[in-house]
Design a protein around this ligand. Structure first.
Ligand code: HMG
Ligand code: MG
Length: 298
């Protein structure tokens, strides 16, 4: 892939917060997204319209979505698990959504109380409605390099689920190492296999940094041709239904690496670092971004 541009999909306001024990008020979430909008990011996942019983932190999705400043040219996708979530998202004004499933049966059962096939059946009406409304749809495939409940996940299962979501009309498929167990050669081989069935330009990678492999995995996937990378400012994140999973790779660290390689993201690293440090203070915890630690050391 000759392109020098990488699009960062900032998931800190959604993935980053969904597992946080400290409940943040809506106005802090709005301030976070507005600050992220000022950094030059093109895609900022804003929240999720899932069941508030399952993810209490994001029960204020509509208030947050309505409250953020929508900068022209920036998209603000929201996570949607079913038609009920789709309707709530549309009512709040969303024009970009993300649906999600996993390559592992055991994980899907715990995360969304459905099998892989049932979850895909649930998307069909959501996808049809989204197409009629000209809403863009991202599709997440979780547990692409391992599952907290079943362990190994065959690459063939990842390929099958990704291809099915693409056939159903997802504009982009994000491949998620939900529990951060992958290593570079396996990440690359998995991406290579999926790219035989789904165009590489429609693929994104989503790494959690549980085992400290995320940047190495991203580099391997960039070499394989991917140009869309998910990350979360300050390295927050984790899925409440993925035992032992820690944060997403920190956006600051991804941007630092990419700029150091001569690739461009359009993101102002200084503003991103300031936002990461601010968010860590809001959450009363040390940032997980090495770049932010280095730049804000006293
Ligand atoms: P269920 O309990 O099987 O569903 O949950 P249900 O249809 O029987 O509904 C139960 C109750 O929830 C009902 O309320 C519904 O109205 C309500 P009640 O009658 O009991 O009062 N409900 C809703 N309320 C608001 N908005 C909705 C909604 N849907 C139902 N959209 C369900 C099934 C899918 C809803 C549930 O399991 C759920 O919400 N799961 C979400 C879990 C989640 O958000 N996980 C994290 C995101 S995935 C992730 O992080 C991975 C990713 O980052 C990539 C990676 O790292 O791999 C994307
Ligand atoms: Mg995630």
């Amino acid at each position: 892939n000759p392109s020098n541009h990488v699009r960062i999909v900032e998931v800190g306001a959604r993935d980053g917060l969904q597992n946080e024990k400290t409940l943040l008020p809506a106005e802090v979430k709005i301030a976070l997204i507005d600050r992220l909008s000022a950094t030059g990011l093109q895609t900022i996942e804003a929240t999720s319209f899932v069941s508030p019983k399952w993810v209490p932190q994001l029960a204020d999705a509509a208030e947050v979505f309505r409250g953020i400043r929508k900068v022209p040219g920036v998209s603000y996708p929201v996570l949607v698990p079913n038609l009920q979530g789709y309707e709530r998202a549309r009512e709040a004004g969303a024009t970009d959504i993300a649906v999600f499933t996993a390559a592992s049966e055991a994980f899907n059962r715990r995360n969304i109380n459905a099998s892989i096939d049932e979850s895909i059946e649930r998307f069909v009406p959501v996808m049809e409605q989204a197409q009629a409304d000209e809403v863009t749809v991202r599709g997440y495939v979780s547990t692409v390099l391992g599952c907290p409940y079943q362990g190994e996940v065959p690459v063939a299962d990842v390929v099958r689920v990704a291809r099915r979501m693409y056939e159903l009309g997802c504009d982009e498929i994000s491949l998620g190492d939900t529990i951060g167990v992958g290593t570079p050669a396996r990440a690359r081989a998995m991406l290579h296999a999926v790219a035989q069935e789904v165009p590489i330009d429609a693929l994104a990678v989503h790494f959690h940094d549980t085992y400290g492999q995320a940047l190495a995995n991203i580099l391997a996937c960039l070499e394989e041709g991917v140009r869309v990378v998910d990350s979360a400012v300050s390295g927050t994140g984790g899925c409440p239904y993925a035992k032992g999973a820690t944060g997403n790779v920190a956006s600051e660290d991804v941007v630092y690496m990419l700029h150091g390689m001569g690739m461009e993201t359009g993101v102002d690293l200084d503003l991103l670092v300031a936002t990461g440090a601010w968010l860590a203070a809001q959450l009363h915890k040390e940032t997980a971004s090495r770049v932010t630690r280095a730049r804000t050391a006293v």
